[in-house]
Every structure is written in C-alpha cells, then in structure tokens.
Design a protein around this ligand. Sequence first.
Ligand code: NCD
Ligand code: ZN
Ligand code: ZN
Ligand code: ZN
Length: 356
Amino acid sequence: MKNLILPGLIDTHVHLREPGATQKEDFETGTKAAIAGGYTLILDMPNNPEPTITPDAISKKVKLATGRIYSDVGLHFGATRESSNFFKEIVDKVFALKVYMNHTTGTLLQKDPKALQIIFSSWPKEKVLMVHAEDETLKNAIKLAKKNGNKLHICHISLKEEIELIKQAKKEGVQITCEVSCHHLFLTEKERKRLGPFAIMRPPLSTKTDQDTLWEAIADGTINTIASDHAPHTREEKLNTIQPPNGVPGLETTLPLLLTAVNEGRLTIERLIELTNTNPRKIFNIPEQPDTFVEVDPNLRYTLDARHLYTKCAWTPFEGIKVTGKIKRIILRGNVVFKNGSVVKPPKGQVIYPVN
Ligand code: NCD
Ligand code: ZN
Ligand code: ZN
Ligand code: ZN
C-alpha cells in the first residue's frame, strides 16, 4: 500500500512544563516531541509550578514559547476562585478553562463548592470548560455544568461508569464531550507491577472491562477526542521518590499505537482523523493550518524505543511494544518540519489563538 496522508494531528491535552519544571520538559523539547509524534498543534495545560492563572502568566508563556516551538502551541487557563476575576480579560487568548476537581500534579485542586460554583458560573457559556473529574467527582462536574449551562469537556476518561454517566448526560441534553488517552486504551492495571512507577498516572490504569468499554465508546461515537495527556516526569523523580509523581509521556507514541489499531482493524482511519483532528478543531475553535499534513507509511513495522524519543524525560510506558505505521514526512504551512526520522530545524511553530 502507498503512503497515507493525514491532516496534522491536534492534541488538546499536553503538559509542556515551562516555566517552572523544565527538568521534565520545555517548549523546545516538548514541541519537538509533538512533531515527531505527528502533532502540528498542541494545547498546553496550566498546572505548572507557576500556574497559568493570571494574564501575566499567559504573557510569560507566550514570550517563552515564541521562536522556540516546532509545532503550533495554544494555551489553556487554570481555574481558581481568584483567577475567575480574569476570565473576561483572557478569554480570547485561551482555548479552554481547566478545572482540577481531583488531586493530581500541581496546586490547582478545587474542592470548595462555593469556589466551584463561582468558576462554572463565570466562565463564558460558549467556551469549553475542561475538567479533571474522576468517577464520583464526574457526577458533580455534570451537575454544575447542567445548572450553569456550561460546555463541558471531560479529560482522560478511564472507567465504564464514566462512559455511562456521559451517555446519560448527553441524553439529558447536557453539552458534554470527552477525551481518552492511549495509556487507558492500550494498558490495563495488569501492567502496574511490570511498569512500577512508570505506570503511575491519574486516573490510574483500569481493568480490561473498562478498557473494552472505552473501545466500544470510540466505535459508537461517545468518545469525541483522543489526547495524549503528555505528562512527562524525569526518571529520577519516578524512581527515587516515595510517592512518584503522576503522569506518563504520550506525544510520540499515540499516533503509532493508533495506526497499529487501524492496521489490526480495531479502528478506521476515518475515525482516527475525526478523533485527532476534526473533532478537537470543532470543540475548541482551533484555527486551520493551511498546507499542513503528515505522510505515514501504514505498513512499516518497528519497536517503540525510548532512545529515539525527543521528550526530555526519555522514557515511555510503551517501551518494547511493536507498532505498525511510521511517520515519513510532515509539512507545516508549507515547510518540511520532519523528514528521515528527524525533526527539522529551525522551529516553525507559532503561538495560536482561538477563532471566534
Ligand atoms: C498530569 C501531570 O503530570 O501534569 N498527570 C497525570 O497523571 N495525568 C496531570 C493530569 O492531567 O491530571
Ligand atoms: Zn488530569
Ligand atoms: Zn493532563
Ligand atoms: Zn534503536
């Protein structure tokens, strides 16, 4: 079969870690990893040690990114009671508000019901409000979105129960979309022992039954997007701490794993494009990237190997897995940005803003 042409992939859930945690990743290494994974556009999460919760923090990120990014980068804004005062001022600069309703990396956990009500009611109704809300917490997120009329997007779903809650909310007319990540699609709790700290993430790896339900939800349209939830932490941090940090990298392994699923007949190429390009673009009002595409050889077989990754953390929970489908070339706005297995210098990425 001849090479396949895909639109540049879009990842709406990435942790680039700059400023504040550049030992894990930075704008350069993270966007090189994005390109090497077929992503020409990624959206950066706000849970840095210096969180994206003020207009100044946004300006600082934009300044740091400019001239150093290989893929296009847009930003999300972090929700706190105080940051809600800035919503009107920053709304055109970011793609979504991110509300952390469970404990995870960073300091943005929102538990106080009053603060949550202020956050949900102040965020503009026509713009996406993303939540980290696992299991029981998801019920509360849906309740708040229903009451306040929000456009709700659920991050990294991993459980059968969550799929059921989302289906029910859709029936009740709640504006709700959701994403899934490859660690939940391709690994289960059985892998925890083998991978140790490298399998620790939020939400945790779930059961085979949960995983089967996620694949069904991809097929029946309940799942709207696939995001990497690229959450790099150093080997050192994973191995030498009593409570290793939550998160795994994913930018460079997501497309090969999905192409493998296509090769095995578990996913169609049309659905892959919807989940990684068309749907994210619609949900988050992402601008078009003219003259941008990814050329892949859908039959090339190889083994995932951390030594070939651009991410600064230099490991993957998918180490040693055989995949089918490899990126040959990537064009971004007419520029060759990836060829012969390497990211091409100089960086051609831009900081981007939502279309109205
Ligand atoms: C993420 C991180 O490290 O920033 N970790 C994770 O386990 N997914 C945070 C998050 O997305 O919850
Ligand atoms: Zn999360
Ligand atoms: Zn995340
Ligand atoms: Zn090798």
